[in-house]
Design a protein. Sequence first.
Length: 659
Amino acid sequence: MMTPMDTGQSLQPIAENLYTNDLSTSIKVTPLGAGQDVGRSCILVTLNNKNIMFDCGMHMGYQDERKFPDFCYVTTMGSLTEYIDCVIISHFHLDHCGALPYMSEMIGYNGPIYMTQPTKAIAPILLEDFRRISVERKGEANFFTSQNIKDCMRKVITINLHQTTKVHEDLEIKCYYAGHVLGAAMFHVKSGQQSVVYTGDFNMTPDRHLGSAWIDKCRPNLLITESTYATTIRDSKRLRERDFLMKVRECVERGGKVLIPVFALGRAQELCILLETFWEHMNMKVPIYFAAGLTEKATNYYKMFITWTNEKIKETFVERNMFDFKHIKAFDRSYIDNPGPMVVFATPGMLHAGLSLQIFKKWAPSPQNIVIMPGYCVAGTVGAKILAGAKRIEFENKQVVEVNMKVEYMSFSAHADSKGIIELINMCEPQNVLLVHGEALKMKYLKTKIQQEMGINCYDPANGETVEIPTEISVPVDVSGTLLKNSLESCQYELTVGSDHDSKKVKILHGTLVMSATALSQPPIFKIVPPELAMEEAGIRQHKIKYTTTLRIKNVESLSNRQISEVILKRIDSKIKEKGLSDNSLTLGNAMTVSDRLNLDTVPRIASDSRVNVGNCYVQLDQQETGNYRDAYVAWYDQDEALGNLLVEALSEIENPSI
Ligand SMILES: [Zn+2]
């Protein structure tokens, strides 16, 4: 960034300073989770000697210690609080925040945690749900408590969309809309000259309840992006929706039961809106249920955070709340064994625990029924197993379930597909891309595509693997306002008088780079100033290249030098007008010294010795005032070449000077 400087400052070059400063030239990234994997997002990033943790998630595919990130990787010396400058949580999904209370309350981290307001409101509900299932139903020990969740949430600092928050003097965060789920955000983190964007999970296409992700053209050194659908280009949303509705309808019409495992918030709301509209339209009577309590809670959050939803919902909210469903009723566990058709939305989305799994176990043996998986399933979950075609599922307690029901997968999960990921890369123009939150093979494919087709370096580290991404150091330089102004003016002059008529062409700025003295511990300050100023400050006389030529003006018998000078000046002035220039635009030569410039207004246009001054150039007549002709001596400096040419042209056009 160029800023005009105070030209009166003393300038003294001290080159040593440049080398005494520790300029960290790379950004380090270590995934503790989500490295060549989906689940347990936790990415440690070091930029400009600051350590940031993006997300702190759990893995739904594991029951053992692998479910949480291994925080030993972070530092072997001292506490996490000393090492980590801040933790940033992208959204409320447990694979992005599920390990947060464990890290802050059990391992011990007291530093700042940033997230958006909806995330802060919804995350504790999902964390509590997760805790209850793990501790009360599965009997897991060494787990965080309800109090831990509350204490953890007290450490959270909320951040608004497009708001820049300073973690401390040299570390700032800006937050952008990510679509995906209510409150999901992407984060742009800057420190010193380095910057990183972390996408979390995002969606580039708006859906029935949320808008699409958007980010500034912020040109970060590194973009860390999710790549769940790295190899997929999804078909049109309308087709997918129609397909979904047809499958549901077919099943209930032949008396079957439809199970739709969902996350509590997100796809659930979208699919509810879809079914509600269809039921109304088709006048269907088959009951639709949603796991008790959740609809109401969810609706309240959408009401509270209406600004985070999409335009249509915001608009219609005044007359009708899109989440007040007429056909969708609260579900009770006792309905599981009810006879006849029904549609049930139940959590969790990957059938790894809870009510959705309980219903699945009951309904799976009947070929009349169908389970529709509307989102991605992490490896190891029951959801992933049945999608892979498993016909028998064995559980820990030796219970075996035969899967005879139809299993359908329909990608309604709000992740960007490969087209969307590329769209985001084009949107923010990063220097490097790093893929996380995807399967290894799919990542490889997208990595190659990004490198070959976009010419951008791309990385895909595995968990625990550190990549170092070199960044260029740029030295910020101030430019004096006078120099900028003068250079711009001479560009303007070149445009109108000179041969260069391309206004968009890069123009060269001539100046002298000086490094100013600061304290040794501080980086030096660089400035570009007019060369003459630098020379004056340093006590150096400027060496100028002067061009001269002599032209003969004929038929001047009866005229004095003063009179001839007036003719010359008149001719020059009309030449200036002819070219459509102002007198001012001619006094621009860079060869002028500062004192020349200051004196410009006081220099007479015709001096006492009849010398004609035009800016920094002049025309001097032969002192001998006799004879039929007078020799005119024209002088200009190399920087004033165009003006010099104009003078020569003007003089050679004078044939019969007369007053
Ligand atoms: Zn997510």
